[in-house]
Ligand binder design. Structure first.
Ligand code: PEP
Ligand code: NA
Ligand code: MN
Length: 646
């Protein structure tokens, strides 16, 4: 294939330069630009996006912009998301699978010339603090400047990340040449048997390491195109995209290829695609965890701070919990992350977590002064708002931002809107993209390259019935059982019967990059990698319990700090628990100053064995979907639960 465009390769990393050249040859952009992550670059690209009509500058918020997507390109496309593992079995029953060879053939055609008329941007990025031991590197190639400026908020992007990729490449080369030298030496030398054996085994270890390094590359390769090439003279549209969409992951070669969408989770490839789908496969191979979890820091009035990670399915309040304002006196909650946690064992045998992201890509509707004041404060400037509504004086608005909607708005589709319009002014999945460092509750150590030690892990979902406010697991393995059974109700089940459940194990259903049965097994194995007392304790929470009339029993939001307090008191051995068939429940909860009846409290902290026998019947059909991959240990946990229920 010939190429007319000049491809700059300002890097000492040979593989990176070759790859960029190959992608440019394939996609045929008009220009190739390497992104340095500078403020000057941000200014140039946001100006360009304003000129092109993709962004509108917000008069009311410094350095902030509004974008309206194509109405068809507003969310992650789970049915167009593929795990392209060599074996279908390795993608598992919860993922869409396409054979890698077939996918590559499709892409060879789709990506051919797909960047014509556009600029191809090369975006080096680091997931996690720069130089951190848990952090990982990547490069996204994209033809969307909206993606570039969004990546600058969501990741550590540009020059510094490129230097780290180059350093990693140089270190790998040094290891490879040392391994070769060692091999040559031991062949020549007349050593005694023991010395030769030692040298040979070291050489094998080095070879293993460098082979893995080489196969994985020094960085994850991510290619993104909006899939809308421009003919000479053809005018662009504000939000180019394609009807054809593929969000494809190659877990064995650690690659991501995304075509046809400009929207967040489909296009900002560091986030769901890398930090969850590819990273979960890396974590399985390397003995760590890549999870759909917030991370928060909790400091009691006296005593040491604790770090908690929590996994809830979408729309269950992860961002709100991460930024919670406690209602109990003297307690402090600070934020480390709101969506993704990477966890590895530290030298002391404890599990340490980082937030691999640098920003929040949050759902705007429902975020307001009364539900999440800290998120609202975060959004003062330097932010991008997508598919929200515009006020007449140049600010943004969405349902839930204020109790009273403005009298007139421009809705996310650009139409006049009044409270009588009968449709939401903002798309329900409208998003803010905003720097984490602007959050008033961001913890001082949120960028600690070593991460923070996790004391407790929470799972939860939206359950109107059956599930108590908080349950403590009996062991790590029982906690994994709770995580495997995470479920959420789409609609409220008002009758007090078990409603229709969507199982979302570990809140990872759309994000696990391999067979979810194997993922459960990996979690069990992680629990054997350290002393049991050094593992985080696992809890299951449910803020959404209702009474027989469909009324929420628990006020939620800041009052959730009462549950966090009980958990910390348990960790410190100063709170009592009552054993029940499903786990340990609080003997009592601090409800001082809370307007709640003893009867409601009683219901929130009770287990009805009859209801739970029905609940347990739903587990085997769920587990059976994973067939041979379902770990025996979780079936054992199921049988133990049934036995305890009597
Ligand atoms: C996304 O859609 O890009 C995203 C971040 O997903 P979610 O809000 O479900 O985590
Ligand atoms: Na499948
Ligand atoms: Mn999420």
């Amino acid at each position: 294939m010939s190429i007319s465009v000049e491809v700059p390769t300002p890097t000492t990393h040979g593989d990176l330069a070759d790859w960029v050249r190959r992608i440019a040859e394939l996609t045929q952009p008009d220009r190739v630009e390497w992104c340095d992550g500078s403020e000057a670059e941000w200014t140039r690209l946001t100006n360009l996006l304003v000129e092109q009509g993709t962004l509108k500058r917000l008069v009311k918020r410094p350095n902030s912009f509004y974008a309206a997507s194509d109405p068809s390109d507003v969310a992650r496309v789970e049915d167009r998301t593929f795990i392209c593992s060599e074996r279908e079995e390795d993608a598992g029953p919860t993922n869409n699978w396409i054979a890698p060879d077939e996918m590559r053939r499709t892409f060879a055609t789709l990506f051919e010339g797909c960047m014509r008329g556009r600029t191809m941007y090369v975006v080096p990025f680091c997931m996690g603090p720069l130089g951190g031991t848990i952090s990982q590197l990547g490069v996204e190639i994209t033809d969307s400047p909206y993606v570039v400026v969004s990546m600058r908020i969501m990741t550590r992007m540009g020059e510094a990340a490129l230097r780290l990729i180059e350093e990693r490449g140089a270190a790998r080369k040094a290891r490879e040449s040392e391994a070769r030298a060692n091999e040559g030496r031991s062949k020549r030398d007349h050593e005694d048997g023991a010395a030769r054996k030692a040298r040979e085994s070291e050489a094998r270890a080095n070879e293993g390491r460098s082979k893995r390094d080489h196969e994985d590359g020094d960085f994850v390769k991510a290619v993104h195109s909006v899939g809308a090439p421009l003919e000479p003279g053809q005018a662009d549209v504000p939000w180019p995209c394609s009807r054809t969409k593929y969000i494809s992951h190659f877990p064995e070669t650690r690659e991501i290829w995304s075509y046809g969408s400009g929207y967040g989770g489909n296009a900002l490839l560091g986030k769901k695609c890398y930090a969850l789908r590819i990273a979960s496969a890396m974590a399985r191979d390397e003995g760590w965890l890549a999870e759909h979890m917030l991370i928060l820091k909790l400091t009691p009035p006296q005593g040491e701070a604790r770090y908690v990670a929590a996994a809830f399915p979408s729309a269950c309040g992860k961002t709100n919990l991460a930024m919670l304002q406690p209602t109990i006196p003297g307690w402090k909650v600070e934020t480390i992350g709101d969506d993704i946690a990477w966890m590895r064992f530290g030298p002391d045998g404890r599990l340490y977590a980082i937030n691999p992201e640098a920003g929040f890509f949050g759902v705007a509707p429902g975020t307001g002064e009364s539900t999440n004041a800290n998120a609202i404060k975060t959004l003062w400037g330097n932010s991008i708002f997508t598919n929200v509504a515009l006020t007449d004086d140049g600010d943004v608005w969405w349902e839930g931002l204020t109790d009273e909607p403005p009298a007139h708005l421009t809705d996310w589709k650009g139409r006049d809107w009044t409270p009588k319009s009968g449709e939401p002014a903002a798309h329900p999945n409208a998003r803010f993209t905003t720097p984490a460092e602007q959050c008033p509750t961001i913890a001082g150590e949120w960028q600690d390259p070593a991460g923070v030690p996790i004391s407790a892990i929470l799972f939860g979902g939206r359950r109107a019935t059956a599930v108590p406010l908080v349950t403590e697991s009996l062991s790590w393995r029982h906690g994994v059982f709770l995580g495997a059974n995470v479920a959420s109700e789409k609609t409220a089940a008002a009758e007090g019967k078990v409603g229709e459940l969507r199982r979302d194990p570990f809140a990872m259903l759309p994000f696990c990059g391999y067979n979810m049965g194997d993922y459960f097994a990996h979690w069990i194995e992680v629990g054997t990698m350290t002393d049991p007392e050094k593992l985080p304790r696992i809890y299951y929470v449910n803020w959404f319990r209702k009474d027989a009339n469909g009324r929420f029993l628990w006020p939620g939001f800041g009052e959730n700090s009462r549950v966090l307090k009980w958990i910390v008191d348990r960790l410190n051995g100063v709170a009592d628990a009552v054993p029940t068939p499903i786990g340990n429940l609080p003997a009592s909860l601090d409800t001082e100053g809370l307007d709640i009846t003893p009867e409601d409290m009683e219901l929130l902290l009770s287990v009805d064995p009859e209801v739970w026998r029905e609940e347990a019947e739903l587990i085997p059909p769920h587990f059976e979907t994973f067939g041979d991959h379902m770990p025996k240990e979780l079936w054992d946990e199921y049988r133990a639960l049934v036995q305890r229920l009597g």
